[in-house]
Design a protein around this ligand. Structure first.
Ligand SMILES: [Zn+2]
Length: 317
């Protein structure tokens, strides 16, 4: 059994626990899902165990990796701080799973898991230096440096969303002002677009028509949709978001010197409408212009399965 090259990855989200059996080419052979229990903590550990045991019934596997949002200890066992899950802070998940279902599992941050999957099987395939920036409600980050996932001294490295880009800027949920994600995330995109519509309701009509007609009903998806059909206000909103993103990437390129920057998350669905302005801003804001090498900025390829595929692969290696 231990000879199997198959591994189980489990992606723990706020609403569902999605497990999958992953082969060495990154293919998901089978999935099994359960709802995330609202009371978190031990109930959640038991749900994860249930998903693992169910997948083990049909496939011989040799490793288990758990992908979850939050700060994870550098020994890949303990959840130091989970933003969306109740009663999980400080829980040694690996130990809990050993006790419940006699499985040895590693735990990895969700952004790290997804970046690893992209680096091994997706948009960053084959590159030794890759960073991933996940642009969604907030901004997640991960870095593969010289072929290794960067964890840092405490397992909490590469939190790009909270690097300060504006001194004394907008207050962030982390308690600090001026964080990158307050300017370049999907949330920032929606806030900025709502302000633009309030200032110029006529120009925002097409955008509002995609929702319930109110500014409050506007969501990020509407902006992408409207931009794709040529709406000038939506295109401009994505250009501004891409500009913030690219300027931030210039700083990250100075720190990590990646060959490839992979953009994931829901806002990435806008594709070139976001990436083209991001590339322009990165080149404009790059120190030592024309001399410092410029990374490629590309879209993530693996979609929602990346977290579980990456966690499975990290567990196997
Ligand atoms: Zn912050």
């Amino acid at each position: 059994m231990a000879n199997s090259q198959l591994a189980i990855g489990v992606d723990v989200g706020g609403t569902k626990v999605l497990g999958g059996v992953v082969d060495t080419s990154g293919k998901i052979l089978r999935t099994f899902r359960e709802e995330t229990p609202l009371d978190g903590g031990d109930s959640l550990n038991r749900t994860i165990a249930k998903v693992i045991v169910e997948l083990q019934k049909t496939h011989d596997t040799s490793a288990v990796g758990i992908s979850a949002a939050g700060l994870i200890s550098s020994d890949r066992a303990t959840m130091l701080g989970a933003p969306n899950i109740k009663d999980w802070d400080g829980v040694n998940i690996s130990q809990a799973l050993r006790e419940i279902c006699q499985v040895n599992a590693i735990v990895e941050n969700d952004a790290n898991s997804a970046a690893w999957a992209e680096r091994v099987y997706g948009a960053g395939r084959g590159a030794e230096n890759v960073i991933m920036v996940t642009v969604g409600t907030g901004i997640g980050g991960a870095a593969v440096v010289d072929g290794k996932l960067l964890r840092g001294a405490h397992g909490t490295g590469a939190e790009f969303g909270h690097m300060r880009v504006v001194p004394d800027g907008n207050l962030c949920g982390c308690g600090i002002k001026g964080c990158f994600e307050r300017y370049a995330s999907g949330t920032a995109l929606v806030i900025r677009t709502k302000e633009a519509i309030t200032k110029n309701p006529k120009a925002g009509e097409a955008l509002l028509a995609l929702g319930d007609g109110t500014v409050a009903g506007l969501i990020g998806n509407h902006i992408t949709q409207a931009a794709q059909s040529g709406d000038p206000m939506a295109i401009e909103a994505l250009e501004i978001a891409g500009d913030w993103l690219g300027a931030g990437i210039a700083t990250l390129a100075m720190l990590f010197d990646p060959a490839i920057v992979v953009i994931g998350g829901g806002v990435g669905d806008a594709g070139e409408l976001l990436l083209a302005p991001a590339r322009r801003a990165m080149e404009r804001e790059m120190p030592f212009s024309g001399k410092h090498p410029v990374p490629e900025i590309v879209l993530a390829k693996l979609g929602n399965g990346a977290g579980l595929v990456g966690a499975a692969d990290l567990a196997r290696n």
